[in-house]
Design a protein. Structure first.
Length: 310
């Protein structure tokens, strides 16, 4: 990871002179979103295009991100392909549930099952990205009736080797530090990485700052504890894996191993861990192929839907 100068991260930093301010405007139109109560669990923020006559697809986002930051380039193509698109913010992330209980991946899986039930959208095709892939595996294992098909991307069956455990614990500490100065620190980090001051950049920073620092730090430690290998054979839903081919956060070898363990077809998308938004056209094409493989999209969907702007 590149070292960022502390001066660039501090709130109000203006080493290059005064900075323009912008309203945090998403780069694309987003599906309708609302906060609604789930009995016995709390209030959840969910995006839902709402068409009850379409097959439902549930998108589970990665660590530190909100659903919108993870999937904003994918909402439109999936909807254009004829699907009811649903996405929720996990607890402690984005606008997700704030709970006094410690963050647990199993609780996120139970949340997702409860949301699908309340929406009347189960069983759904579940797509999990990075941490969302771990949650998706738990969802398919703990609530098999809620999952019609499973697509896993940029993720693994476990992160038990010492290097990966150290990575997640180090990143958890960094996220806790970023939580001390949320908005200004994220904007400073993005400037240092070359992102221009714009409405889109401001939107990214504001979305990143929504997360609860303590929950997100614990989420990083949870990923270091995750291991689905003992119960993988119990997953019965049709499944596929979309591999981010140049990933350094979740090495491609881990993603190939996941596909082998699940006896799942493997589809390769060029790009690093952020390929879903950095290379949306090629990523979405691989995702559509995976959705055809698990039977969510029919043969008529041969041409990949155009990527959303951004």
């Amino acid at each position: 990871m590149a070292r960022l100068p502390l001066s660039a991260l501090l709130p109000g930093s203006s080493a290059g002179g005064p900075r323009a301010t912008h309203a945090p405007v998403p780069p694309v139109d987003l599906p309708p979103g609302r906060i609604f109560p789930v009995p016995g669990r709390g209030e959840f923020f969910v995006r839902d295009t709402g068409e009850e006559d379409r097959p439902a697809i549930l998108l589970l986002h990665g660590w530190m991100f909100s659903a919108d930051l993870n999937w904003f380039t994918t909402y439109g193509p999936l909807h254009d392909a004829g699907l009811r698109v649903i996405a929720l913010d996990h607890r402690g992330h984005g606008r997700g549930l704030r709970s006094p209980d410690p963050f647990r991946l199993t609780a996120c899986a139970d949340d997702a099952a409860a949301v699908l039930d309340v929406l009347g959208a189960a069983p759904a095709t579940v797509v999990g990205y990075s941490m969302g892939g771990a949650i998706a595996q738990l969802l398919a294992h703990r609530h098999p009736d809620a999952v019609r098909a499973l697509v896993l991307s940029a993720t693994s069956s476990e992160w038990q080797d010492p290097r990966m455990k150290l990575l997640w614990n180090t990143m958890a500490g960094l996220r806790l530090l970023l939580g001390l100065f949320p908005d200004g620190m994220w904007r400073g980090a993005m400037r240092t990485m070359g992102a221009p001051d714009s409405a889109t950049t401001t939107w990214h920073a504001v979305e990143l700052a929504r997360g609860n620092a303590a929950d997100l730090a614990e989420a990083g430690r949870e990923l270091g504890r995750f291991d689905a290998r003992p119960w993988h054979r119990e997953i019965r839903a049709p499944r596929a894996v979309v591999m981010t081919a140049d990933d350094t956060s979740v090495p491609p070898a881990k993603q190939r191993e996941l596909a082998e363990r699940l006896d799942a077809p493997l589809f390769s998308a060029p790009g690093t861990h952020g390929a879903v938004t950095a290379k949306p056209r090629t990523y979405n094409a691989a995702l559509m192929d995976a959705l055809r493989a698990v039977g969510t999209l029919g043969d008529r969907e041969r041409e990949p839907a155009p990527a959303a702007a951004g």
